[in-house]
Structures are given as C-alpha cells and as structure tokens.
Design a protein around this ligand. Structure first.
Ligand code: GAP
Length: 636
C-alpha cells in the first residue's frame, strides 16, 4: 500500500490524511510535545500531521523558536536532525544549480540592502496582503483565507445599559443548528467591551447570507473591512530611528541578484544566457503564519535568476524561435530557444530535482497560473506544488497541493526597474546579435525592431512613464537592439528551503511493522528519506558495548566513513532498539560489527560487517573495504 505521497507504507495510508487540514490549522503554536503515539493498529485518520509535528519535536527536527518563553508565532528552529536535513537540501540544490553547471554562478548577498531596491522591485508599494480584524477579539486574519460561511446574520444598531449607550453597529453570523441566543451573547460581549455592562441590544434585524467571508468562523463576529498590510519587516540602519534610516529585512533573495547582475556577469565572464543563484534567509511579516513551518515569518529561499535573450534577439540570430513541442523535458539548451523553451526547461529541471531527492512525481503538481493570476510583467508562471497532508482537497477528494516553488518567466521587468531607479545601465552587449542584425534585410529588421519597441513601450507605460517619454525611450531601445544591446529577460525558479524540508519530512514519514528482539512484530515509525538528503547517512553499532574488541573495530569503521558522510555511532541498548532509533531519524544504513567481524566464526568472515537497509530491513554481509564505495554510490 502507498502513503499519501506514493511511498510504500503500512495500511494506515490513504485514510490517514482525511480531515487533517482543519485540525492542523490550530497547530501554530501549541503543537503536542512528547505526545505518545496511539497503538499502531488504530491510527486516527485526522492526526497524521500531529504525529509528524510530534516526531519533529521528539527527534529534534524542528523546535518552536524561543520555546522556553512560550514561543514566537511564525518562527522555528531546526534541531540536530533538522539542521542536517536543511543543510543537505541547500547543498544539493547549490551543487546541482551551480557547481555542476557551466552557465550558473553563485552569489551571497546581504540581508539588508539599500531601501531603493524595494522601491524598484515594487515591494514597498505592492508587497501587501489584505487583512481583516475580528471586531470582538481583535485577532487578525488574511482576508483571502477566510472560510466562507452561510447562515443568518443578526444585525444590531447599538446597545444600552447602566446609563450608557453605544450606537456602533455590530453583526454576528449564526450558522445553521445554533441557538439565536449565542448570537446575542456574542453581540453583548462586543458592547460590554465598549463599557456597557448588562447590554440591552438595540435594533435587532436578521438577514440570510450565503458564502460570506465577512465573519470570523471562530465566533461569528463581524470582521473589519480588508486593509492592505505590507509584509516587509522594517528596521533602522545606524543609531537614529528616522525616516531616512529606514531599511528592510529582505523579503526575497532575488533582488540582490538583479542588483549585482552586472558585477557577477563581469567577473564570471558569462554571456547571456546564464544564471545567478543564491540561497539565504528571507523575512515576511505574514499576517497568519500557519501549517507548522509552511508559512513562517523567517525562512530560507533558494533562487535562480536565469538571464536570456529577448525573443527578437534570438530570432535575429537564429532566424526563428523554437517553441516547446509536447509536455516532456525539451532537452539540452539550444541557441534558438526563446523564453518559452527556457521556461519549460527550468520547470522540468526543477521537477527532476525534486524527484532526485525522493519526492515522487505523483506527490507533485505542476500548476500553470491562469492569465488573470499572473503579475502584469510575467509571461507565464508554473507553481510546483507538493501534496501536503494539510492541503485542500478537490471535488474528487484528491489533495490539491501547496506551493514549494514558483518558476516564473518575468520578461525584462526586474533589470529594467533597477535600470530606471538606479540610473545604471543593465543592458548587455551581444556581439552575435550585432553581427546577425547586420545581415538581416530591412523588412526583417523593421519587423523585429517594431515588435521590440511595442514590448518596451508596454512596460514603460505600465510602470507609469509619461507617454512621450515612454515612446522616446522605447524607440531608443529598439535602435539599441540593432546595435546588439538589450536588457536581458529572466526565468526565475524560486524555491523555499523550509517548505521543501517539510515536504521531505511529510513524504518520509511512515508507520509500519518490524520485528522486535524476540521476533515479534511491533509498530515502528520510519523516516524514509532519500539517502541524498537523509540527515545521518549511516549508523555504526558494535554488537555489544562491553567487548573492547568490538568497540575498537566499530570506532575504526566510524572513522573510516566519517570524512565522507555523517555517521552516528551508537553503542547503547539492545541492537533492535538502536535500529529503531535510527529508523525514526531516517538513517538509511546501519553497520553492525559483530563477532564474525573479529574472525571468531572463521577467517573468511573476518573484517566483514552487516549492512542493514532501513527500508527493506535486509542485512547483507559486506567487507569493510567495500563499505565506503557502496555507501558513496547511494548517497551522492
Ligand atoms: N522571488 C520570487 C519569490 O520570492 P514567492 O513565491 O513569494 O516568490 C518563493 O516565494 C518561495 O519562497 C515559495 O515558493 C515558498 O517556497 C517560499 N516562501 C515564500 N513565503 C514563505 C513563507 N512565509 N514561509 C516559508 N516559505 C515561504
């Protein structure tokens, strides 16, 4: 049987995920600590996420930040296993995005940057979510995340009592099956907060509503009108807290890449098409952090900006622009690729990346944003979703998935914005384009120049340049194209480290049966991490800790492996229990040093060990000299 993400699993799968969303929604701060698992045979269908969160705490994957002070909402710490997991994810991403490619260079920029960067990127003016407050509890919600409710709304024009009067209107929704008195009780609480004890409600009238998002689903109280709330964390640079010293913690790592585009291109001697990648912290003052680490206020991103020629330049050089044919990977990059091919290429590369670290294709969703969902400058965006246990379900009952990464074709918007705001040219010179342009006939030149002019004009007009200035600028840009100059377009695969770590944890989590010391089957929790990203790669066990020869040999094996991988040495407790501990940590391999290793059962077994596979629980005998290559083959 398969679990929700397609892993082989014990029969709890499939049903175990039902109804997790609502239950999990309240796990923001009070996740169950040290919760003991109910018997394996009777898993509750709605507590999978609770079990995962509990394991995260129990085994040291994730802790609540500042837990000893009651925690801080939206902030999480990674314990020993979580820190290794995250590091493996980031390292593997870095290796595959830059070290194993010739066309991508790395960057590590500061978190606080010049505030004008956020003006240019649009974050100061538009990086905001609509928020609403509960009129009764003052609790704040994201307006677009309010669950629609149907029922009867009780409206009041005010209340009076104890010689006081309030004419502030208030409303409360009563969902079917509830007593009208409960609506009145909520209304009285509202007026009591305004100083009217023993409130007598005034002007009660009722109204039927369908799917309204104007009310708090927790208590029925009316919410405020939506207001925009900027998500950037503000701070001050230097000792004076004045407007001119305002700075922001970066809400994404991408902007530093654009700001350093010219420097990186120059020093890395790259030519378009090429990319710059960076991973690091990002901060967003999310209105409603939720779903464990999924939506946090401090998190990490892994972003690539891949710069490409505008299609007009590709056409001038290659005589045409290749378009994706079919749904599969378009293969090795070619000079005649325009933005659509490059976009498709990166979507497929990223999907392959997720599969290569153990997320089955069936657990991922490739969601193409609809035209009305796209930012004005974006030509296409694909969200790569993972089917988390807390994801919503569609009408067919299937998990719809939550975003792990967005792969956006962002035109030349970002570099053009920084060019406008900084006054520094972000254009590149493309010798091939200049030469090719010289060989085009006039009709073709006019056609390409006109098309380029139109797209530049559209951009300049959209960002608010006056019509005459926009036209003049666009015309100059079209002329520059013919001389080999353009602002590169960009494809941006932008992923979240913490979301990926959570997806890997959810995907790895499995409950099955394993034999205990006496061969009786018992429930076990096993984290089936792909060996590439498993926090600990191998555990080394001497069979008995009170036999110095076994311990000595086991320490030798540990030291042999340690320079190449994370090794956990464990000599405490029965061997079965030690295996179980490593299963929960997700350690894919276990090496046991026993009396055969010492040659006590015959010379042919001397210097052999048992290698245990976490998933199959099979043990094979292998020479110590073969151990390292065998393990390296599996973890790289
Ligand atoms: N530069 C583009 C950009 O930042 P985004 O979709 O806002 O795009 C990219 O963020 C990725 O960062 C998301 O797909 C997600 O994985 C991660 N991310 C965004 N907000 C997050 C949050 N509050 N908590 C955890 N991860 C987040």
């Amino acid at each position: 049987m398969l679990d929700f993400a397609g892993n082989p699993c014990f029969s709890v799968a499939i049903v175990i995920h039902q109804n997790t969303r609502q239950k999990f929604a309240c796990l923001d701060i009070k996740f169950p600590l040290n919760k003991t698992l109910p018997p394996m045979a009777e898993p509750k269908v709605n507590d999978l996420m609770e079990r995962i969160v509990s394991l995260c705490k129990r085994r040291g994957f994730v802790f609540q930040s500042s837990e000893i002070y009651g925690g801080i909402n939206g902030f999480w710490d990674y314990g020993p296993l979580g820190a290794e997991l995250k590091r493996n994810v980031k390292d593997y991403w870095w290796r595959s995005m830059t070290q194993r490619r010739d066309d991508v260079a790395g960057l590590e920029a500061t978190i606080i940057m010049h505030p004008q960067i956020w003006e240019a990127s649009g974050h100061t003016s538009t990086f905001a979510d609509p928020m609403v407050d509960c009129l009764l509890t003052k609790k704040r919600f994201r307006a677009d995340q309010i669950d629609p409710q149907s029922g009867v709304v009780y409206h009041y024009s005010g209340a009076e009592g104890g010689g006081k009067k309030s004419e502030e209107p208030f409303s409360v929704i009563l969902v079917p099956g509830k007593n009208p008195e409960s609506a009145r009780k909520v209304a009285k609480q509202f007026y009591q907060q305004r100083g009217i004890a023993d409130a007598v409600l005034m002007g009660e009238r009722t109204e039927k509503v369908e799917n309204s998002t104007r009310y708090n689903s927790e208590n029925g109280s009316l919410l405020t009108e939506p207001r925009l709330f900027n998500l950037m964390f503000k701070t001050y640079v230097g000792p004076v807290e004045s407007a001119e010293n305002v700075a922001y913690l970066r809400p994404e790592t991408a902007q530093a890449i654009f700001a350093q585009f010219k420097n990186v291109m120059e020093v890395s001697r790259q030519k378009v098409p090429f990319g710059i990648c960076q991973s690091g912290k990002a901060f967003r003052n999310e209105i409603n952090p939720r779903n464990f680490t999924f939506r946090s206020r401090e998190f990490e991103q892994m972003e690539l900006e891949f710069f490409i020629r505008p299609d007009e330049a590709v056409e001038a050089i290659c005589g045409g622009v290749a378009k994706p044919a079919g749904a599969s990977h378009p293969g090795h990059p070619q000079p005649n690729w325009g933005w659509e091919m490059w976009h498709k290429y990166w979507v497929e590369e990223r999907l392959a990346f997720y599969e290569s670290i153990g997320l089955p294709r069936a657990s991922l969703v490739e969601y193409w944003q609809k035209p009305e969902e796209l930012a004005h400058y974006a030509r296409a965006t694909v969200d790569i979703l993972y089917k988390f246990p807390f994801s919503k379900r569609n009408e067919a009952g299937e998990l719809t998935g939550e975003e792990l990464e967005g792969v956006a074709a962002r035109s030349d918007f970002d570099l053009s914005q920084h060019q406008r705001f900084s006054g520094k040219a972000m254009t590149v010179f493309d010798e091939e384009l200049k030469v090719a342009w010289g060989k085009l006939d006039e009709a073709k030149r006019n056609d390409l120049a006109n098309r380029y002019y139109e797209t530049r004009l559209k951009y300049l007009t959209k960002v608010g340049e006056p019509a005459d200035k926009a036209e003049k600028q666009a015309r100059e840009n079209a002329q520059e194209l013919g001389k080999g100059y353009y602002v590169p377009h960009v494809i941006e695969p932008s992923a979240g480290v913490d979301r990926l770590a959570l997806a890997l944890i959810c995907n790895a989590y499995c409950e099955d049966q394993a034999p205990d010391e006496k061969g009786n089957m018992e429930g076990r929790v096993v984290m089936r991490f792909h060996p590439r990203i498993a926090p600990v790669k191998v555990a080394v066990f001497p069979l008995l800790k009170n036999k110095p020869e076994l311990v000595k040999k086991a320490l030798e094996v540990r030291d042999l492996l340690r320079p190449h991988m994370t090794v956990f040495y464990d000599e405490g407790g029965a061997i079965g229990r030690r295996y179980r501990r490593q299963d929960e940590a997700g350690t894919p391999f276990g090496v046991t040093i026993d009396f055969d290793t010492l040659g006590e059962q015959g010379a042919e077994l001397k210097d052999t060990v048992t290698l245990r596979d976490r998933d199959t629980m099979k043990q094979t005998r292998i020479k110590i000299s073969e151990l390292l290559p065998r393990l390296l083959e599996r973890i790289q």
